[in-house]
Design a protein. Structure first.
Length: 349
């Protein structure tokens, strides 16, 4: 399903210091084409529909250092429909590996809070209900400030029951921005731009099965320091994401809790519960049902809810999925109800 193109490391020899004689570079990729339709059930004619794409090329290298340790490095180029952000801000990393310990520098690479065990087939509620007629819904995909989406340094330690990780980001929200190559006034402008994005942040996490067959679990906590915008009231951004799923034969059940506190709306708290159930009907066909609820501490807001049913079919090199969702009060605002139909074809190479 993934045919890897091997590139001679000799071609890259002049670009890096040291020998790449024992290195191997691979190029892989993925493509997804989708159709999404949203309808506001409380306002006739208020609907949106369209098609989109996600396409990505991954370039990765791994080998041995001259001190005997392992290393891995890579980056991805993402080209999505209507994308206006940096195309190279995906899975950028250099890893130094010693046994079960990995020291990593990069962005969008280390294990992080952007995951769920409460949606087992299909897309999560944020993917389904964001955009179109509502804009940004209340549903969470990550928790808190999600620092892994910015440049940082981290460490991952493998254990018999799972992997522990710690990440530090000096400027959360900066993504791929840097001031290394800038000078003079350009450097000052770049530095001010980065400082405006956020402050330092950290995240600690765990991903593993605790040695139990059929169990998948994770737990993450992140915290971003006070920003200039909300320094007066001392508001920080904190996030927690805890989830687990368990498979018995063809049946899998899952639950996930995500909590976000602080951010743009001072004092606002979001508490999200996700429940998932999946059943493998045949070796290639799976069905799932998902339920997501977001509670907020704001007195003038109501719970946002989403219910969906999904089918996934494996065609070998191509995967197909179909999902239908009903959302109510999707932005924690009464009356913002939405029906969604989502169809998707994807492949990897």
């Amino acid at each position: 399903m993934k045919n890897k193109l091997l590139l001679s490391s000799a071609l890259l020899g002049s670009l890096v210091a040291g020998s790449l004689a024992q290195a191997q570079t691979t190029v892989t990729g993925g493509l997804a084409l989708a159709y999404k339709s949203q309808s506001n059930m409380n306002e006739a004619g208020d609907s949106a529909r369209g098609m989109g794409r996600e396409s990505q090329i991954n370039i990765q290298n791994k080998g041995k250092l001259n001190n005997g340790m392992d290393y891995a490095a890579g980056f991805a180029l993402e080209f999505d429909g209507g994308q206006a952000t940096d195309a190279s801000n995906e899975n950028v990393y250099i890893d130094i590996i010693s046994g079960n310990t990995t020291f990593t520098v990069g962005v969008d690479h280390i294990q992080n809070t952007n995951r769920t065990r409460g949606v087992l087939v299909g897309n999560d509620a944020q993917d389904l209900h964001n955009g179109g007629i509502i804009g940004t819904s209340a549903f969470l995909q990550a928790a808190g400030s999600d620092p892994a989406q910015s440049m940082g340094v981290g460490i991952v330690q493998k254990t018999p029951v799972g992997s522990l990780s710690a990440l530090y980001v000096p400027t959360n929200g900066s993504g791929n921005n840097d001031i290394v190559t800038a000078s003079g006034a350009t450097a000052q402008a770049a530095l001010q731009s980065i400082q405006g994005n956020g402050e330092s942040a950290y995240e600690i996490g765990f991903v593993g099965d605790f040695g139990v067959k059929g169990l998948s679990s994770h737990a993450f906590y992140n915290r971003q320091a006070v920003t200039n915008a909300n320094r007066a009231d001392g508001e920080e951004i904190k996030g927690t994401n805890i989830g687990a799923s368990y498979q018995v034969g063809a049946l899998t059940v899952g639950y996930n809790k995500k909590e976000t506190e602080g951010g743009a709306a001072n004092g606002r708290e979001l508490d999200q519960d996700e429940f998932g159930l999946a059943y493998q009907l045949t070796p290639n066909l799976s069905a799932g049902i998902n339920y997501t609820k977001v509670d907020t501490n704001q007195a003038d807001r109501v719970d946002a809810k989403s219910k969906s049913i999904a089918l996934g079919y494996n065609l070998g090199p191509v995967a197909a999925s179909a999902q239908y969702a009903k959302g109510s009060d999707v932005n924690n605002v009464s009356g913002e109800d939405m029906d969604v139909l989502y169809l998707r074809l994807s492949t990897a190479f």
